[in-house]
Structures are given as C-alpha cells and as structure tokens.
Design a protein. Structure first.
Length: 126
C-alpha cells in the first residue's frame, strides 16, 4: 500500500489525462461562448472605396510608426538590422556565462528594443 502512495506521477496516463480534461473544458467554454455570443456580420467590403483611416495590425504598428518618422530606406533597414542581430546573436556571444551579470548588456539591449517597440506601437495608435 505504501508503494502505491510513493509512486511518482508519470506523463502517461497521469499528466496526459489531466491535460486532456483541462483542454476539453477550455474547448467547451469557447464553443459555449461562440454559440451564446455570436459575432455580428458587418457591411460587405467595397473594393472601390478606400477607407480614410487604414491602420496595420497591432504587431506591425511599430513598423508603421517608424515608416512615418524616417525616410523609407531607413524604415526598411531598421527591422532588417534588428532581425539580423537577433538571428546572429548566438554566434556573436559565444562565451559560456550562466549569470545575469555576464549577460546584462544583452538583456539591457533586448529590453530597450522591446520598450522602444512598445512606445512606437502606442504612439502609432494615438
């Protein structure tokens, strides 16, 4: 009897069935909400009339704001340079450091870019 109590939970079936119950509950909530609160239909889009206020999706708002502030060439190069730095960062920083202090400049730089993206996105919505 004590052997059963000390048994460690395994992924299957213990964790798997717990996750499935949670998954099915969330699906049930989503289906219930979609039936009770259906989305309304809007007017059909007219391809010949362009609305006066066109904004990109929320994840492109910062790029939209950058393109309004700087010349188009620089506005295209900024996201390319940021992406290139993020892709090449593991090859640039090859030191084996496992402390926050050793990576503080990379963390500060990444946090600064995220704050800048957040500020530009808010600015573009206003």
């Amino acid at each position: 009897m004590e052997e059963r109590k000390r048994r460690k939970p395994t992924f299957y079936p213990d964790q798997f069935f717990t996750e499935m119950v949670i998954f099915l509950f969330i699906i049930g909530v989503v289906v219930t909400l979609s039936v009770l609160l259906p989305i309304g239909y809007e007017q059909e889009a007219n391809p010949l009339i362009t609305p006066s206020t066109i904004n990109p999706e929320w994840y492109f708002l910062w790029l939209f704001q950058v393109m309004k502030l700087v010349p188009p060439t620089i506005g295209v190069l900024v996201p390319f340079v940021i992406s290139a730095i993020l892709i090449l960062l593991p090859f640039i920083n090859t030191r084996e450091i496992n402390t926050f202090r050793g990576h503080r400049w990379f963390i500060f730089g990444g946090a600064s870019v995220l704050v800048l993206i957040f500020i530009l996105s808010i600015w573009a919505t206003l």
